[in-house]
Every structure is written in C-alpha cells, then in structure tokens.
Design a binder for this molecule. Structure first.
Ligand SMILES: NC(=O)c1ccc[n+]([C@@H]2O[C@H](COP(=O)([O-])OP(=O)(O)OC[C@H]3O[C@@H](n4cnc5c(N)ncnc54)[C@H](O)[C@@H]3O)[C@@H](O)[C@H]2O)c1
Length: 351
C-alpha cells in the first residue's frame, strides 16, 4: 500500500505526526510534511534535512517539509497536487490545561479541517485519514471514577439523538471533522477514515500532556509533588507507536469515513501512573499535593477495541511499563534539569 505512494502529513512535525512520518518512510512512501511549527518542531524529524535557499522548505531523501499555515488556501492548495493519501493531524491542541484555557483557539480547528478536506477533494486526493480524538465521546459516559465502561464508536454520532455531546470545543471540532469526512464520502465517494486517538504518549510529546508532565515534575524533583485532582481519575494511556499503527491500518482499510478507536482497553489511575514514573526514575517525593482546583477532564476513559480488532486487526503492543520506560529515557536524555525547572509552570499549560 505505501511503497512509492505520495503522502501528505499535515502537522507532520508534531509528536504523533513525526512518528507517523518515520513509519511511512520506513514503508518506502514519499512523504510531504506541512506544519506551521506552532507546536511541532523541525527537530522532531530526525533526518539530514537541508533548507531550500530562500524558502521555508527543507528536503531529505523521500521527505519534503513545508512551513506554513494550512488555514491559508494559497499554502494548502499547491501542497495537495499529486498527493495520493493525506493524513490530517494539524490542529491547535494540547493537554487538559491547554484545551481548557484555549477554547477559541480550539474552535479554529473547524476552519482548518474543512479547508484541508475541501482542498484534498478538489485535488482528487485518493484518500484522507483524520486524527480525531476520544474527546468526541460524551463526557456523561465518563463521569464515574473506577468505571469499567468501554467507549464504543457508536457512542458518539452527530445525527443520533443523545449521542452528540463532545468534550469541550476541542472535542466538538473533532466531531465536526468526522461528520464532514463522512459527508465527502457520501456525496463524492472520497475514501475517508477518522481515528479516535486516546491519550497518546511517548517521545517528542510536550509537557501539557499528563505523562510528560509527571516525568518533568519528577525530573526536577518537585516536592511537594503536585497532582491535578484526586489522582483517582483513570485513562488508557497509549504508546505512540501503537497509535501510528492504527492510523496506517485505518487509511488502508476504511473508506466510508467510519470512525475507529485507537487506544487501549485497560486503564490506570493517575496515581498509579505517577507511581510507575517514580518507580522507573528511582525517586520519590516526601509529600504529594493533590490540587483540586486544576482541570482534570473526565473521571474515567478507555476504548472498546471490538471494531479496531475486527476491522483493522489492531492490538496495542507496548505495555505501560515499557512505554513509560522508553519515554523517561527520551525525556531525561534530551532535557536539562535547570531549564525544565525554570520554565515548568509555563510548560505545563502552553504547548
Ligand atoms: N496527543 C494525543 O494524545 C492526541 C489525542 C487525540 C487526538 N490527537 C490529535 O493528533 C494530532 C497530533 O497531535 P500531537 O499530540 O502529536 O501534537 P500537536 O497537537 O502539537 O500537533 C499539531 C500539529 O499541527 C501543527 N499545526 C497547528 N496548526 C497548524 C496550521 N494552521 N497549519 C499548519 N500546521 C499547524 C502544529 O505545529 C503541530 O505540529 C492532533 O490533531 C491532535 O488533535 C492527539
């Protein structure tokens, strides 16, 4: 499927985007990245990139990176030429602290998504895969701490009564993106898919996201160590390589815009995740402070994987311990303790 295909990855310099680029290149695709570097970083693309003189374009073998704002049609339109597959990941997005305090910024994703989809359609791109989110799911299904309810694809649907109740403006924008991709399939036959990503983590992620925040606070030995909320809220933290596998499988196997979950169906509480970080890093604070004034999101969240297993043959492969271990190794080898200490409060809220 991927050999010699020309693939555009919007937001390809991001945390998940850069891992997707790695896997596409390993599968011999020709990759074009479009990113404004608002949170993505050129350094996330670990290739010998050379800048084209006088232009915001970098190239390496089978990889071209264009810097620009995809909300500008003059930037987006020429990029779509001769593209076989688009993975659309560009978005204004961050962890709970970011999406809670940047509601208007998250609304601009509706404009961004619709423009990318329209230009892909006009350019007759063969297929498009959208980085959707678990935030499309109704928050009332995720209110009970210790719940064992697994979120099924049919729990969020814009046209079914009581099934459209997304998590904040960010979640609504993703749900509207999914709706548009189904519409493009229905009206024009465009091959589309939407992957509902659940709480991804791994190397190259930023500190607005929970796991990286836990590691950063332990790295600077914050004491009392601050946890947002009671810590009894749980998540199905999913290692980035598993997410990327699901995205590529969805682009290969889904054509009618049906959304599909990418995540785990087992979960751990925030307190358990923090303890695992302490255990791997070999450090414990003397005191833990649970800050109940901070945003925590829903109480309990994990994915039903019935569809992902059946349609994609997807199975998450990386255990919590292995994923945390790899992420801690990356973080502590790429950061300076003094820098993190100095900027920590900013890093936790701003991507
Ligand atoms: N990280 C997660 O747990 C998670 C969960 C659900 C969904 N997602 C989705 O996955 C995608 C990637 O997220 P991420 O966590 O890797 O990092 P991210 O949110 O930082 O990635 C977004 C990327 O888009 C780029 N971007 C933003 N606006 C742009 C614009 N107007 N033009 C061009 N580029 C622009 C940013 O520079 C960045 O590289 C996003 O769409 C996000 O909503 C992520």
């Amino acid at each position: 499927m991927w050999n010699s295909k020309t693939v555009l990855v919007t937001g390809g310099a991001s945390f998940i985007g850069s891992h997707l680029v790695d896997k596409l290149l390993a599968n011999k695709a020709i990759v074009v990245v479009a990113d404004d570097f608002s949170s993505g970083r050129l350094e996330n693309l670990e290739y010998p990139l050379k800048r084209v003189k006088g232009k915001a374009i970098w190239t390496a073998d089978n990889l071209t990176v264009h810097q620009g704002d995809l909300k500008e049609r003059t930037f987006t339109r020429p990029l779509m030429r001769d593209i076989d597959v688009v993975f659309h990941l560009a978005a204004l997005h961050g962890g709970r602290g970011y999406i809670h305090t940047h509601p208007a910024d998250c609304c601009t994703n509706m404009l961004l998504d619709q423009l990318v989809f329209e230009e892909a359609h006009k350019a007759e791109v063969d297929r498009i895969c959208f980085a959707s989110s678990a935030c499309v799911y109704p928050s009332y299904l995720q209110e009970d701490e210790g719940s064992d309810y697994l979120l099924k694809e049919e729990d969020a649907h814009p046209f079914v009564r009581d099934k459209a109740f997304a998590d904040l403006e960010y979640g609504w924008a993703k749900l509207m993106g999914e709706m548009a991709l189904k519409a493009y399939h229905r009206q024009y036959g465009m091959k589309t898919s939407a992957v509902r990503i659940f709480t991804a983590y791994g190397p190259r992620e930023n500190e607005t996201h929970a796991i990286i925040a836990f590691i950063a606070k332990a790295f600077v030995q914050m004491d009392p160590y601050e946890i947002w909320g009671t810590g009894e809220q749980d998540r199905n933290f999913t290692y980035v390589e598993d997410i990327v596998d699901a995205m590529m499988l969805a682009a290969e196997k889904i054509q009618d815009g049906s959304p599909i979950n990418a995540g785990r169906d087992d979960r751990i509480t925030i307190n358990e995740a923090v303890n695992l970080v302490f255990n791997i890093m070999g450090w414990n604070p003397k005191k833990i402070h649970h800050d109940l004034s901070k945003p925590t999101g829903v109480a309990s969240r994990a994915a039903d994987l019935t569809q992902a297993r059946k349609v994609l043959g997807f199975e998450p492969k990386i255990s919590y311990r292995e994923g945390f271990d790899r992420t801690i190794k990356w973080y502590t080898s790429t950061r300076k303790r003094e820098d993190v200490k100095k900027h920590l409060q900013h890093l936790l809220m701003e991507r």
